[in-house]
Design a protein around this ligand. Structure first.
Ligand SMILES: *[C@@H]1O[C@H](CO)[C@@H](O)[C@H](O)[C@H]1NC(C)=O
Ligand SMILES: *[C@@H]1O[C@H](CO)[C@@H](O)[C@H](O)[C@H]1NC(C)=O
Ligand SMILES: *[C@@H]1O[C@H](CO)[C@@H](O)[C@H](O)[C@H]1NC(C)=O
Ligand SMILES: *[C@@H]1O[C@H](CO)[C@@H](O)[C@H](O)[C@H]1NC(C)=O
Length: 530
């Protein structure tokens, strides 16, 4: 059975069971949409048991409030259709203060996945985008995609050296430009995320019954076909090696110009089995590299695909894919490509969620770990830093980690397997002080409840939203089939994972629920989120 239909049927069951308990779930959704909106601080009105009994109802409130992030000048710029990284919040009120006027291909990917689902008719995406007029969601999304395409094409005209790919960029002016630290540089990983989001969106546009979407689909297809031709010259260095970051000789010169030149910035290659793999699949499926070199793309990656066992005395052993940190950022690729069509991957990633949830449960951590922005220093109103090393050291290659901060988005990979349990974790984290604000959930909280990160970003919010929408793997699957690439995707993925993973331990272990709360430590909720 496909994971998507499995999820749908499970949550349908939960909804039916819960209907008797919670009157609001009895109403049809469109009616609900017009009904009184949920309170900003809605999570406090739900117990964990209520979330478990009615995950769809809870998600409906979540989507409404996360959707408040999707506003001009907060999450994106209506003038050019481009995302903004995020916005800081006033420590007392929770109102927006300092906007981050920049973005990157990874945030674009989240934005475009969301629009792909809206265009494909998702009621949940409509709830997020335009809760008051859900029937307009697909045209709202398509219209932003039109503006965005024009911006991408202008960017390509001005900076043809990027070959259509995107660096970190300033998005607050109509014409975007590389941020000062990304002049003449471009990362592969984020662009891999972007490529498959665009691919999914083209599929949604093509299969829509709205005739006016056809032209937009063609426009994006032209962009996608163009990057198929530039991926190798910009990022590929031979013998299966892809640059993690490419240094461009002159971003103003076309890719094929005699004076243009590309090299890897450092001998750091894109060889991770996590998010970076999205780019590898793209090169494998769509570039014109000879077969031998396509095979090398995978052989150079093999050393990092490692089987380890989670073992915590009372829980385990559970066979999992070794993480880098085992942060919830790492499985991002499953939002985009239909990885769960491959049996061994789906089972292995289900195991990852057993380890992720049970590790926090048995160690009495009130939430889940993932790379995330550190707390705000309320004295100076600045974010203290970024905590990359956050996950589960015993099943990660990187053992030095920091475990003072948890983040709601840590729960999105769990939601891919069990919405109810994933939402129970999300709920447990956002019930902490200041963890809801006028734009939905807050970035992160300290486990001791002493500080939060007064910030809202695509990464920490919309990963969860896209996960609740089921990712875009089904759209990508359909288009891969049309393009006659699906069998190759499945066979390569199966080949690589089956080499390393044969028998999995721990598949009967249940996902764990939170067993601890973030303590009260003197913080007060944001005054504008009651
Ligand atoms: C936060 O909002 C309060 C109330 O409007 C205001 O007094 C305070 O100066 C704001 N703080 C910052 C850092 O903007
Ligand atoms: C990007 O710019 C190049 C060089 O000017 C051009 O050949 C190509 O067609 C452009 N790509 C798209 C998608 O317009
Ligand atoms: C943390 O901050 C950076 C920079 O503002 C942003 O790009 C990122 O999305 C934020 N959150 C996470 C979870 O990475
Ligand atoms: C995160 O913030 C805490 C203070 O709240 C500080 O002790 C810690 O060093 C910071 N870590 C990083 C990586 O910024």
């Amino acid at each position: 059975m496909r994971p998507f239909s499995l999820l749908a049927s499970l949550s349908g069951l939960a909804l039916a069971v819960a209907a008797a308990a919670t009157p609001q779930s009895l109403k049809p959704r469109e009616q609900q949409a017009k009904a009184r909106p949920p309170k900003c601080r809605f999570a406090l009105d739900w117990t964990q048991n209520q979330v478990l009994a009615n995950p769809e109802g809870f998600a409906w409130d979540l989507l409404y409030w996360e959707g408040k992030f999707h506003q001009d000048d907060v999450a994106y710029n209506t003038a050019n259709g481009m995302s903004y990284d995020g916005t800081q919040l006033n420590w007392t009120t929770g109102e927006r203060t300092l906007k981050h006027p920049f973005s990157a291909a990874s945030k674009e990917a989240l934005q475009i996945m969301l629009y792909a689902r809206a265009i494909a008719g998702s009621k949940e995406a409509a709830r997020f985008l335009v809760p008051d007029r859900p029937s307009t969601a697909s045209s709202v999304a398509a219209s932003i995609m039109q503006t965005k395409l024009e911006t991408y094409l202008r960017f390509n005209e001005t900076y043809p050296g990027f070959g259509g790919f995107l660096p970190w960029m300033t998005t607050s002016n109509k014409d975007v430009q590389p941020t000062s630290d990304w002049v003449n540089r471009v990362p592969a990983l984020d662009n891999g995320e972007l490529l498959w989001a665009v691919y999914a969106c083209i599929q949604a546009l093509e299969s829509s019954d709205n005739p006016s979407f056809g032209k937009l689909a063609k426009g994006w297809q032209t962009w996608f076909d163009y990057v198929k031709t530039t991926a190798v010259p910009v990022f590929y260095r031979g013998q299966g090696l892809v640059c993690a970051v490419t240094k461009i000789k002159d971003q103003g010169l076309p890719v094929s110009d005699a004076g243009q030149h590309y090299e890897c910035e450092t001998p750091n290659y894109l060889d991770d089995p996590y998010e970076g793999e999205l780019f590898t699949h793209f090169v494998n499926l769509f570039s014109k590299l000879p077969k031998k070199e396509k095979d090398q793309l995978w052989t150079v990656k093999r050393k990092k695909l490692v089987s380890v066992e989670y073992n915590m005395g009372c829980v385990g052993p559970i066979t999992v894919e070794q993480g880098f940190w085992f942060s919830s950022h790492e499985p991002w690729k499953v939002l985009e490509l239909p990885y769960y069509d491959v049996d061994i991957v789906r089972r292995l990633y289900h195991n990852a969620e057993r380890a992720r949830t049970c590790n926090s449960a048995v160690t009495k951590v009130p939430g889940l770990f993932a790379s995330v922005n550190n707390s705000t220093d309320p004295e100076t109103d600045t974010i203290i830093g970024y905590i990359s090393p956050a996950g589960i050291p015993s099943i990660a290659s990187q053992k030095e980690q920091e475990h003072d901060v948890i983040t709601p988005y840590g729960a999105w990979p769990t939601m891919m397997f069990d919405k109810a349990v994933g939402l129970a974790w999300w709920h447990n984290m956002v019930t902490a002080k200041k963890m809801q604000n006028p734009y939905g959930s807050t970035e992160s909280t300290r486990v001791d409840g002493k500080l939060v990160s007064a910030l809202v970003t695509w990464d920490s919010k919309v990963t969860t939203v896209v996960s609740l929408l089921g990712g875009v793997g089904d759209l990508v699957r359909d288009k891969l089939k049309k393009d006659r690439k699906y069998d190759e995707f499945v066979s390569v993925t199966n080949r690589e994972y089956s080499r390393v993973f044969k028998k999995l331990k721990g598949e009967k272990i249940q996902l764990c629920l939170p067993r601890a709360r973030v303590p009260e430590a003197g913080l007060e909720d944001f005054s504008s989120c009651k």
